[in-house]
Design a protein around this ligand. Structure first.
Ligand code: ASP
Ligand code: MG
Length: 415
């Protein structure tokens, strides 16, 4: 007999039929004798609908009232799911975040969980009940309802699993696991049996949106076994694990992430003297624009440099303006080159730590396809290259094959 926290996202509870299907799934686990805590999101689209209502009334509502509003979405789902469970003979009780003792700080709309009281929960579970908890919400010390940020139900699930020392936190969603890369881009993408927390964080921050990043961090910190699986079909999903000490079988590369949401800016011929990099990036940072990759090259005469960096496409225009109006006049020199037809492709894998030659192999594969690399950045478990956007799919597919990630059962003919 195990204790599972099972979290169902918005599409999994998107209609009355789906809520009934979730109840059936939960019942199967109960019938096997397991103790179950269910965490649910609002029905799909509901949180956005509520935010829309608010904006029709006030374009700058206080965060406290926003939390009061959006937390209602989950309250609808918990009660309907508890009713669905009761209807099929499963004892169940629903609780809001406040009722179940999820204490947070007072940072409305982005609150952090500080403490969870598990005594009442335990009593219910030991009494044979399924406990249905509203995701995404908590309560601060003054009794105000708070929410944890968009996608926060994942964090509720992991936090409850940590507090209850559950055997597993299962995140049921509309995909059947974490893939080596996006199957829409590469038909040979394959579901991973396991992926480490660190790899998942790299892939998530690079744009795969299966889990809220904070939930993954939380799972890593508190050692919660976390599994992503489909709520619509049966299957093992993907287990997200802490890194094993000496896993000989460890693949070199676990996945390929890509991102077409960045733009590149280059200032040519800026003076190569101390303080220039900070003069370039300072005004950009002051406008709260995040910079991702940075490359600086010294010219042959050693007096000037070409300074390149990337920002989110949504910040492209503003960044260009800051460079032309503020930066170039203050640092001198500098012709500006701007390019938003670029893509970042990244190899991610903890196996990289103990193997040399991943970068050179990556560059060789891209060269063989005639793909020019415009920028490179690396971390311990990731290598990213910036290339022309039109080559993105080709790069992902070639690298997927070259690094042995292709699914064996899928051939070109069937794909
Ligand atoms: N309902 C919230 C949202 O849409 C929380 C969640 O679904 O995890 O962001
Ligand atoms: Mg979600």
């Amino acid at each position: 007999m195990a204790l599972y926290v099972q979290k169902f996202g918005g599409t999994s509870v998107g209609s009355v039929e789906r809520i009934k299907a979730v109840a059936e799934k939960v019942k199967r686990f109960r019938d096997e004798g397991h103790q179950i805590v269910v965490v649910v999101s609002a029905m799909s689209g509901e949180t956005n609908r509520l935010i829309g209502l608010a904006s029709e009334i006030n374009d700058d509502p206080t965060p406290r009232e926003m939390d009061m509003l959006v937390s209602t979405g989950e309250q609808v789902t918990i009660s309907l799911l508890a009713m669905a469970l009761q209807k099929i003979g499963v004892a169940a009780t629903s609780y809001t975040g406040a009722q179940v003792g999820i204490r947070t700080d007072s940072a409305h709309t982005k609150a952090r969980i500080q403490h969870i009281d598990t005594d009442d929960l335990r009593a219910d579970l030991d009494g044979g009940k399924v406990v249905v908890v509203a995701g995404f919400q908590g309560v601060d010390d003054d009794g105000n309802i708070t929410t944890l940020g968009r996608g926060g139900s994942d964090t509720t699930g992991v936090a409850l699993a940590a507090a209850l020392k559950a055997d597993e936190c299962q995140i049921y969603t509309d995909v059947d696991g974490v893939y080596t890369t996006d199957p829409r881009v590469c038909s040979k993408a394959r579901r991973l049996e396991t992926v480490t927390v660190e790899e998942m964080l790299e892939m998530a921050s690079l744009g795969s949106k299966i889990l809220q990043i904070r939930a993954v961090e939380f799972a890593g910190k508190y050692n919660v076994p976390l599994r992503v699986l489909s709520s619509f079909e049966d299957g093992p999903g993907t287990l997200i694990v802490a890194e094993e000490e000496d896993n000989m079988e460890e693949p070199l590369i676990s996945g390929i992430a890509f991102n077409v949401n960045e733009a590149k800016l280059t200032l040519l011929n800026t003076p190569d003297i101390p303080g220039v990099a900070s003069k370039i990036l300072g005004p950009i940072a002051d406008s709260n624009i995040e910079i991702d990759m940075i490359v600086q090259n010294v010219s042959p005469d050693g007096n000037t440099t070409d300074f390149s960096f990337t920002v989110a496409k949504s910040d492209f225009k503003t960044t260009q303006r800051i460079l032309t109006e503020t930066v170039i006049p203050s640092v001198g020199g500098g012709e500006l080159r701007a390019d938003d037809n670029i893509a970042k492709v990244s190899l991610v894998g903890v196996g990289m730590r103990s193997h040399a030659g991943v970068a050179s192999k990556m560059f060789r594969v891209l060269a063989e396809e005639g793909i020019n690399i415009r920028m490179v950045s690396t971390s311990e478990i990731k290598i990213s290259v910036l290339i022309d956007e039109k080559f993105m799919e080709l790069a992902v597919r070639s690298l997927h094959t070259a690094f042995g990630l292709d699914a064996e059962s899928v051939s070109d003919e069937t794909a």
